[in-house]
Ligand binder design. Structure first.
Ligand SMILES: [Ca+2]
Ligand SMILES: [Ca+2]
Ligand SMILES: [Ca+2]
Ligand SMILES: [Ca+2]
Length: 454
């Protein structure tokens, strides 16, 4: 990493630099439009760092780069996208000298954010040194407001999907569902939290949520870095509880001032995923929630984003070519999606996929939040077929314009059941959505948090 950016090139740089700045000056106003040329070939030896990004969905992405500058003079580097687009990022006196700093703006103007428009698929981004003594070592693309800190682990998922708050790409951290009531019932917002380390005081935990009587559920996997005995510590004001692989290991579900609950010692194997779920509620006044662990050579610490991910959340999603009898033929793509709520219009569901005559299957496990009767509602153009807990409850496998179908099924709280929705598109418009309603749940898209991959 820490590639130093090398020899002095000052005399010729200044000319190149001006030309390039002129060339990209229009970039500054709107998201960076492509300048269709590779970056100039600079005399060696200039350092460069290349990163590839797998973009789930086309959109605008903010480019964060981590740089260390020697002084307050102009400190610039080229950023080259897919060997065809060149831009220049220039630091200035606003970047502190000799410390790693995350920069998301160009030309010394903190209001001119560096954005790139990327289509779905793989992209290569290269940073190429220009000035003497400037170091930079990594880039993060984000479509949200995450501000990288330290090595960027808090935003290190590489990219997030601009259309969905939680993408199929595993994110470092835990999937957080914020509820605007105390009983984990009314969903307010879903996001990825890098860690559980919150002291909200008397404020709301996320914008628009209430300041009291709210609750949060975090879900994901923890990957221990070493094999050995671990202890988990879940602390909160008010109620907290914690599960590892569906086993309750800390339980303080009551009104209280900040109190820490300690799990038994648990033997874990290095680099294996262990399913983690934590729940929290605030009754009133102060609100804090913290999840720590200690283990082999690990002093008690907040569980860091680097060992957490959301990988198993969501549904395995497979795309197929369609046979003449509207069955699934060749598999075209397998990925992960957070939920089923897509309207592709007359377009394609993704890069490399056809606009007509395709099928999609979402599958995994579904866990209902409480006992009761649930109504599932498909709304699709064209056909859909829904199987829950082994029962085909909706069978609507025919060509039609957007049509709603519904069926009910009894489910038990916290019992994972098998789930599969198959869908096909014939011609013209294509859309599919899966909603539900049930005990204390108004009709809404079935949320990410109830799905899990096998
Ligand atoms: Ca409060
Ligand atoms: Ca409280
Ligand atoms: Ca179509
Ligand atoms: Ca259609």
């Amino acid at each position: 990493m820490n590639t130093p950016f090398l020899q002095s090139l000052i005399p010729r740089i200044s000319i190149l630099f001006l030309i390039t700045l002129l060339a990209i000056s229009t970039l500054a106003l709107s998201p960076v439009k492509r300048v269709s040329a590779a970056c100039p070939t600079l005399p060696t030896p200039n350092g460069s760092v290349t990163q590839t990004f797998d973009i789930v969905r086309e959109g605008d992405y903010k480019v964060w780069s981590r740089m260390m500058v020697p002084d307050g003079n102009l400190n610039s580097y080229y950023i080259e996208i897919d060997n065809t687009t060149c831009g220049v990022v220039v630091g200035d006196g606003a970047i502190p000298s000799k410390v790693w700093t995350w920069v998301d703006y160009r030309d010394g103007n903190i209001n001119t954010k560096i954005k790139v428009h990327l289509t779905a698929g793989n992209h290569t981004i290269r940073m190429i040194g220009k000035e003497t003594g400037v170091k930079l070592d990594r880039i993060i693309l984000r479509s949200d407001a995450c501000i990288p800190a330290d090595k960027g682990d808090n935003c290190a998922s590489g990219t997030v999907d601009p259309a969905d708050p939680v993408s199929g790409t595993p994110s470092k951290g835990l999937l957080a569902t914020y509820f605007k009531d105390q009983a984990l019932t009314q969903i307010h917002k879903t996001q990825v939290d890098p860690a559980i380390n919150f002291a909200w005081g008397e404020a709301a935990p996320v914008s628009g949520a209430p300041t009291d009587h709210f609750s949060v559920r975090w879900q994901g996997n923890v990957f221990p870095t070493a094999t050995g005995d671990y202890t988990f510590y879940m602390a909160g004001d008010d109620g907290v509880r914690l599960w590892l692989n569906d086993k309750l290991i800390a339980d303080g579900w009551k009104d209280q001032s900040a109190t820490e609950y300690t799990s038994p010692r648990i033997r874990l194997t290095a680099n294996r995923p262990y399913k983690l779920k934590a729940e929290y509620y605030d009754n009133a006044y102060d609100a804090t929630a913290k999840l720590s662990w200690s283990g082999p050579s690990i002093a008690k610490q907040i569980i860091p984003a680097s060992v957490l991910n959301t990988h198993a959340i969501g549904l395995k999603t497979s795309y197929f070519a369609l046979t003449s009898s509207n069955d699934f033929g060749k598999t075209l793509l397998i990925t992960t999606k957070p939920n089923i709520n897509a309207d592709w219009g007359t377009g394609s569901p993704g890069t490399g996929l056809p606009i007509d005559r395709f099928g999609v299957r979402w599958e995994g496990l579904l866990t209902a939040p409480r006992d009761g009767t649930y109504t599932f509602i498909t709304e699709s153009d064209d056909g859909a077929r829904l199987t829950v807990n082994g029962k085909a409850i909706i069978d609507d496998w025919k060509v039609h314009a957007k049509t709603k179908r519904s069926a009910t099924i009894a489910l038990k709280a916290n019992q994972a059941v098998s789930f599969r929705l198959s869908y096909f598109e014939n011609y013209k418009a294509a859309s599919v959505r899966l909603s539900w309603k049930g005990p204390q749940i108004a009709e809404s898209v079935v949320p990410t948090g109830v799905f899990r991959q096998r």
